[in-house]
Design a protein around this ligand. Sequence first.
Ligand SMILES: Nc1ncnc2c1ncn2[C@@H]1O[C@H](COP(=O)(O)OP(=O)(O)OP(=O)(O)O)[C@@H](O)[C@H]1O
Ligand SMILES: [Mg+2]
Length: 353
Amino acid sequence: MVLTASAGAFAFKFSEDGGDAFEAIYASAYFSDDVQDLTAVALVPANKLEGWAAFEFACARAVRPRIRRRRDVYIIGGTDAFFDPTVDWDDIILADDIKARLLDDMEAFFTKGVGIYRQLKLPPFRKLLLAGVPGTGKTMLCAAMAKIAISKGRVVVYVSGADRDGASFEKIQRALQAVTAARYPVLLIVEELDAYLQGDDKARVLNVLDGIESPNNPKGALLLATTNYPEAIDERISKRPGRLDRIFVIPTIQDEAQAVEMLKHYMGEQWHEGHNVVVPDLIDQPGAFVREVALHARMLAAHEHKTEVTPELLTQSVESLLRQMRSERDFLTQRRPIGLISPNKKPNKTPFG
Ligand SMILES: Nc1ncnc2c1ncn2[C@@H]1O[C@H](COP(=O)(O)OP(=O)(O)OP(=O)(O)O)[C@@H](O)[C@H]1O
Ligand SMILES: [Mg+2]
């Protein structure tokens, strides 16, 4: 680990059978405070460079991602605490059939599918995409699937675009190495897949999806990707069958029953029948909308030392959030004509996405 992953200064002493001993000094430091990039320098006697190079090579090999079965998630990119598989399957409010189809797909693949792929001499690599507008619960689904996978002894690899390197192919490549090296079935989660399909690395990412560079883990690997940008998927994915095996559309709130269920969940003990006045406004909104409306109303009530959230307060909360969304949209569309946002750039996410 010294040569590959830690910062500090180290002195090494080497002794050779019959040869002379030598010493090397090695120092490494972080480039900046907020990323994990190390830079290093080694002072080695000029006639011992070959021996040193062999040592460095052996160190690098020793720490190549060799995954043991673990209780947490193997994260590539991002900050450590970013992905937390504590979401329970039952916390997700969605039509039962969508949840069941998704879970059945994962279980059928790992229990039976892997053998069938191998019989057909195909690498057991299955690719699922969760698509939907921001805030419908795609990240929640990933976290809940991760929790289930871990409970069944599978390894979870999570690729995050949330660090300085953003969505680079290098991360996908590191993830695929980890998938191949794991001696366990792997659930590979890539959030915001569209971001990887916009940069210069697009062709290479498509190669992976097409199977040209796909990982071969004999125990099976399931890719669970997400996007809230259907256009990218339309152009590059769905026109070519086989790139993704299944696309699950994760919808906004579909009907009154679901709206009530979501509202009850986020109002918690504060919920009462009168709150249903806002239900018509919740149809076709994402779960994140209901969460924000409920939180906001509950906070205001507590701030004003009220013991209950009145229907009026909840209605105000809905209206103020809708107003905010409208003005945000207007702001973004006003910005476009003067060229501050390039036409093919994603609009900024809403704060509850
Ligand atoms: N179906 C749902 N059931 C329960 N809560 C939900 C649901 N959808 C969204 N939420 C709430 O909204 C929050 C944001 O949802 P989440 O991050 O899963 O959305 P997303 O689909 O991943 O959005 P994005 O496309 O912006 O990444 C969740 O943490 C949860 O509190
Ligand atoms: Mg998300």
